[in-house]
Design a protein around this ligand. Structure first.
Ligand code: NOJ
Length: 751
């Protein structure tokens, strides 16, 4: 093998981590600004408020057109019929006084027709290029029907898998979410917003929504400003730098202030500090929901608070159009603030080129499920799958296997594998694992299919017994379990994260047959699957993999592709461990290996502290799987890490080099991760933080020297003085295949 080792320097450009300089339509375009001003000067207050009003299509095109004609609607969401969109655009362009086009919007979260893996799955790829491609494909398909605005990416840092919306997120990490979010913005918006295949992105939800108390959707958050700035805001700042055209506020109140009325965040941070010049939209009725929050007495007060805070467009609740004329008359809202909101909206409509051509060709459906889109979706699904366990190299399935039992409620569930937020994806186009394996393996293996359970919550014991019986005839069992798509996403929080229905029983019963058991989990979140992992010979975690999940999994199972995904979020053993994330602060009593578990405690134990560190007596301190974890069909070895300097000034850039070897028998890709710990700060700092990553392809036996560039300015954080600074001192640095492995090397930052 040694002679096969090729050693060469492989510089991992920032490009690989998605930090390419963003292409932006932002920056003052004098011509657009002139046109915007000219238009605003001509507008009546009612027409201005019309631009700030977004309705959800209510089906009756005549009614909607009447409002469009009067200039009372700026945007429509949930209208997907190109002919109807064109008809209403025609009214806007030919019959409304000022001929301002409509902006048509839709939640296109991980694909329009061709569905890519859920964002959490995409994050597992640690591949921003993949997210960008997925968003580009979505933009091409979406724009083909006349929709030019999507409410994505969702870049809420999500550290609580009980929260159903974790599925829509890029997981728990600030840096990973920032990189994937910015890449998604670029994919949606393309090189220029004015390209007819570009759709405006809408990073959401601003801000902190992922920290909803107890993982209960829509709940309050209590995030102090320093944590907001160090953890929750950075992905949004990166999205703004990437040119995001719009931003959506969140439903939650933070420390008592609903996001939809948070002037400090929407004005000081977003506009003054980040120079955002697109527009802010509320979430669905989040303006008038401030009444339920007990933050506004009525629609008028809600509208006043939202407008004054800087929410430019109101989604569906119509309090602006109803109440703002009175508010202006009573000097509670300044017309100049309304003008500013309208300018922000019109600026984006101009950038999208809608004034030049708001129409689409009808019919124009050939882009849906285009072969290239399906190929991209398949590759995305392959890279999103995480190999959690592979005892005795159960995977890939060996050529000697002649009879396979395929079982489980997710083996042939074309709708469920698409995941949450797929309004337009059709199950008739989905390829399930059963179908893909049948197609791929043809007559090479005999396939026995025994679903056992009809859906994930099914409790039918007879089905389990039938599958166990069938397993006796098989050389290997491929069990596909998980969650139906409805169990994750908005308003789908769960207090328990065990496999639903009789799925656990199915896995444990199949294991008892003694046959090799490969469990594949398709879910919208990490599930608590410790006992099922223990019972299985191998485990693949694919989240909800989308339209092409089946072919991707078939390739991975038979070794035509090699797993490379890594956990984008910590997998807890038990729900009680949540919140659990790798980059927690260093405590005064950091966990050591001296944890004491229930089994270690004698009866009538003396009244003493046990272990004296931060852990649970019944769960220890380790998760089931830490952040950044994932196996391969080969093994990798990290060695010889060297830093360009051990003492650096705050404006220096460090080059970190290390050798990465593929020490196994197959070509594969490793996600190499670089973590840093600031050992002593003016505030307690995280035990480690991801700062760089790269997917490195290696042939069997190959060794590469990989290099990362890390400007010391990337170590800045919001400190005790609420300033973003790099603090001088000692740091640890790890390069490893997971957040919990590797040996630290140290360096020092000096003034
Ligand atoms: C509510 C959700 O919170 C948001 O993410 C979505 O974009 C809007 N509804 C529009 O459907």
């Amino acid at each position: 093998m040694k002679d096969k080792i090729a050693l060469f320097v492989f510089t991992v450009l920032l490009l690989l981590t998605g930090c390419t300089p963003a292409k932006r339509d932002t920056g003052v375009n004098k011509e657009i600004e002139r046109k915007v001003d000219e238009l605003v000067r001509k507008m009546t207050l009612e027409e201005k408020l019309g631009q700030m009003n977004q309705i959800s299509s209510w089906g009756n095109i005549e009614d909607m057109s009447n409002l469009v004609r009067k200039g009372q609607i700026g945007s429509i969401l949930n209208e997907v019929e190109p002919a109807r969109i064109n008809a209403m655009q025609k009214v806007a362009m030919e019959e409304s006084r000022l001929r301002i086009p409509l902006l048509i919007a839709r939640d296109v979260i991980h694909g329009f027709k061709t569905i890519f893996p859920i964002p959490l799955g995409q994050a597992a790829s640690f591949n921003p290029a993949l997210a960008e491609t997925g968003a580009r494909v979505a933009a091409i398909e979406t724009s083909s029907v006349g929709i030019r605005w999507t409410f994505a990416p969702m870049i809420d840092i999500s550290r609580d898998p009980r929260w159903g919306r974790i599925a829509e997120s890029f997981g728990e990490d600030v840096y990973l979410t920032s990189v994937m979010g910015a890449a998604t913005v670029k994919g949606f918006q393309g090189d220029s917003l004015s390209d007819p295949t570009s759709i405006a992105a809408c990073p959401k939800h601003f801000i902190g929504y992922g920290a909803a108390e107890g993982g209960r959707d829509y709940n309050s958050t209590n995030i102090p400003e320093r944590q907001l700035r160090n953890v929750y805001l950075p992905p949004f700042e990166e999205a703004v730098k990437a040119g995001a055209a719009t931003i959506m506020t969140s439903f939650n109140d933070n420390d008592g202030i609903p996001s939809t009325a948070n002037a400090y965040l929407l004005k000081t941070v977003l506009r003054d500090e980040w120079k955002f010049d697109g527009f802010v939209v509320s979430d669905w009725a989040s303006v008038t929901e401030m009444i339920s929050h007990g933050f506004a007495a009525d629609n008028a007060e809600a509208a006043m608070k939202a407008i004054n805070a800087g929410v430019d467009m109101e989604m569906v609740s119509a309090s602006y159009i109803g109440e703002a004329p009175g508010l202006v008359k009573e000097y509670k809202v300044k017309e100049s603030d309304i003008d500013e909101a309208v300018r922000n909206i019109l600026r984006i409509k101009f950038r999208l080129g809608l004034f030049d051509n708001p129409y689409v060709d009808v019919p124009q459906k050939e882009v849906f499920y285009a072969p290239a889109h399906l190929a991209d979706a398949k590759e995305a699904a392959i890279q999103s799958v995480i190999l959690l366990k592979n005892e005795k190299n159960t995977l890939p399935v060996s050529a000697s296997v002649k009879t396979v039992l395929i079982t489980g409620p997710m083996a042939d569930a074309p709708y469920e594998q698409l995941g949450t937020w797929i309004f337009d994806g059709e199950k008739s186009h989905t390829i399930t694992p059963l179908k893909a394996i049948r197609e791929m393996m043809g007559n090479e293996v005999q396939i026995i299919y025994e679903p056992a359970l009809a859906y994930s919550r099914d409790v039918n014991p007879a089905g389990v017994a039938k599958a166990v019986e069938a397993a006796k005839k098989a050389d290997i069992i491929l069990a596909f379990v998980g969650e139906e798509s409805i169990l994750s996403g908005e308003a789908h929080s769960m207090a328990g994260l065990d496999l639903q229905g009789n799925q656990s029983d199915l896995i444990l019963s199949l294991a008892k047959t003694g046959k090799p058991l490969v469990t594949t989990v398709m879910a919208g979140r990490p599930l608590t699957i410790e006992k099922e992992v223990n019972a299985s010979s191998a485990v693949l975690y694919s989240f909800h993999p989308g339209t092409m999940g089946g072919p991707a999994l078939a390739d991975l199972l038979w070794g035509k592709a090699v797993p490379s995904g890594k956990t984008p979020v910590t997998f807890p053993k038990m729900v009680g461990q949540i919140p659990m994330y790798y980059s927690h602060n260093t405590t005064g009593r950091p966990a050591t290996r001296k944890e004491v578990l229930l089994k270690d405690i004698p009866v009538e134990a003396g009244q003493t502290s046990l272990g004296c560190t931060s852990f649970y007596l019944d769960a220890g301190f380790d998760p089931l799987y830490p952040f950044g974890y994932g196996l391969s069909y080969t093994t990798f070895e990290y060695s010889n890490i060297r830093l360009s300097a051990s003492k650096l000034k705050k404006n220096d850039t460090m080059t970190i080099e290390f050798d990465l070897a593929n020490t196994g028998q197959v070509a594969a890709t490793e996600v190499a991760q670089l973590y840093v710990q600031d050992k002593v700060g003016s505030i307690a700092r995280p035990v480690k933080e991801l700062k760089r990553f790269a997917r490195i392809e290696l042939q069997a036996g190959e060794k590469k020297t990989v290099s990362f560039e890390l400007p010391m300015s990337d170590l800045a954080f919001w400190n005790i003085d609420m300033k973003k600074e790099v603090e001088a001192g000692d740091f640890n640095l790890w390069v490893a295949g997971c957040s919990q492995s590797g040996t630290p090397v140290s360096f020092e930052v000096i003034d």
